[in-house]
Design a binder for this molecule. Structure first.
Ligand code: ATP
Length: 462
């Protein structure tokens, strides 16, 4: 189905996210903090559900992937070995009129000119020079920019080591989570009884000094990644790469995203060690943009860490006695971007009689609240007591919410806006016949269900 105008209206989406407690700008009472966001009470539930689904799909349902939670701070040598200290940069330019700092490759791309952050400074400046008349500052419209300069995205900290031989080196907040996986490769092989091919999965925070961080939670300076490195025998890379491409694409379909809103983007300009790289893109309100990368990275990472650490990171195949540095297929997704994708996908405005309703048609497994329980009237203790009893029982298995505020219509609207799939009302008949009204978010149909059958009903539905 084609996306509706409302779904493509980022302002409406940001406004609902704020109004209903999904996403707050960071440090708001102090005037904010650029490109950092906080998840509010419903946002943290949705983000947790996304992470739960990823973890379940990537570890629990597989016997070839184990989990890890490595630390944010690591020995700074790691970032030298990985190439981040030298090469993790975007081309930065500044508007000479309003002094906005901008990403040059993004400016060029917005003007329809192919550019890539991996190009050298000279390459990208040449393209810039050739197309100068087509580029305007998005803030003030001026066409006068400083030449592009590579700007390193690693976030430095002043965390000190006062004794080690690297005590003079800067420490970093990790720029990606996967380096924690590479440097634990040997530990996992030695302890977890894994055999190649196998993967290590991890969810955690990463930090980048993004130059222009706009587009809400799509690009932030602090964000969470869900990454998995799959270690394979050299030569087997492409077969597993194709399998992972399929698995990861299906993951988003499973979260309720329509296939026409997802597409593959093949990287043409590969880094020298990469064998193949594709991104899964989602049709965000600002166009198709990267949601996840699936990359065949060869043996670059483990080879680098082996060189820099002096440790042998070869794998010894117990069946064939072959020794080799495994090759890696990586799947790398962002929590914030997945959050924004499922939020945009679920957002709907529709007419109900004379009124409009806003509804988040989230997959039930992602919905922050699964069941809302209402007593028909707030001032009837027998209704409130019965509704509480049902709520107290259901909440053990499903995230539920009790609400006795305002008329039922208003309560439905509120739950529609946070994506609650089912609302359940206790009325006077309930006290007589033990039945409640269950209302479905999407169809708005209501049916009477016996209290004793509620568990079975929700088990089937959620
Ligand atoms: P982009 O080209 O959009 O900057 P990237 O190619 O640098 O992204 P990767 O380094 O491949 O991104 O990171 C893997 C995933 O982590 C991305 O697909 C995205 O979902 C997420 N991610 C990366 N940078 C950010 C960010 N600044 N804010 C939110 N999520 C991010």
């Amino acid at each position: 189905m084609k996306k509706s105008e409302a779904q493509n209206n980022l302002e409406k989406i940001v406004s609902l996210a704020k109004r209903r407690g999904f996403v707050f700008p960071s440090s708001e009472i102090y005037g904010g903090f650029p490109a950092v966001y906080d998840f509010g009470p419903y946002g943290v539930e949705l983000a947790n559900n996304i992470k739960k689904e990823w973890w379940r799909a990537m570890t629990q349902l597989r016997d070839d992937v184990v989990g890890l939670d490595s630390a944010i701070f690591m020995n700074p040598k790691i970032w030298e070995a990985s190439g981040h200290v030298k090469g993790f940069s975007d081309p930065l330019t500044e508007c000479r009129k309003c002094h906005s700092r901008l990403r040059l490759d993004a400016l060029l791309e917005e003007a329809g000119i192919f550019a890539d952050e991996k190009m050298t400074e000279d390459e990208i400046n040449q393209i810039f020079e050739d197309n100068k008349q087509k580029i305007k500052c998005p803030s003030c419209g001026a066409q006068d920019f400083t030449p592009g300069k590579k700007f390193n995205l690693l976030v430095q900290s002043n965390l000190g080591n006062f004794t080690g031989d690297w005590s003079k080196e800067p420490t970093y907040l990790r720029g990606e989570t996967c380096q924690g996986i590479y440097v634990n490769f040997k530990n996992v092989v030695d302890t977890a009884r894994v055999k190649i091919p196998f993967g290590i999965a991890q969810i955690g925070k990463a930090f980048r000094n993004e130059i222009t961080a706009r587009q809400f939670v799509f690009r932030t300076r602090e964000f969470e990644q869900m990454e998995m490195q799959y270690f394979v025998k050299p030569g087997d890379d492409m077969a597993y790469f194709e399998k992972w491409r399929e698995t990861r694409f299906n993951f988003y379909l499973d979260l309720g995203i329509a296939p026409e809103n997802l597409k593959w983007h093949k990287h043409e300009n590969l880094v020298f060690y990469a064998q193949e790289a594709y991104d899964i893109e989602y049709n965000f309100p600002f166009g198709f943009k990267e949601l996840e990368g699936v990359h065949a990275r060869g043996n670059y990472d483990l080879t680098q860490h082996s060189k820099f650490s002096g440790q042998d990171l070869n794998y010894l195949d117990p069946n064939t006695n072959e020794k080799f540095i495994p090759h890696v297929v990586e799947t790398s997704a962002g929590v914030g971007r997945t959050f924004l994708a499922v939020f945009c996908e679920a957002y709907q405005e529709e007419a109900v009689g004379e009124e409009m309703r806003t509804v988040l048609r989230l997959a039930p497994k992602l919905a922050p609240v699964k069941i809302a329980v209402f007593p028909l009237l707030k001032n009837k203790p027998e209704l409130v007591a019965k509704a509480r009893e049902i709520f107290d029982d259901l909440k053990k298995d499903w995230r539920s919410e009790f609400d006795d505020n305002g008329n039922i219509g208003k309560r439905y609207r509120r739950q529609d806006e946070i994506g609650t799939p089912y609302c359940l009302t206790v009325d006077f008949d309930t006290l007589e016949n033990g039945e409640v009204t269950v209302r479905d978010r999407d169809t708005m149909k209501q049916e009477r269900i016996k209290i004793n059958d509620l568990r079975k009903f929700f088990q089937e539905k959620i």
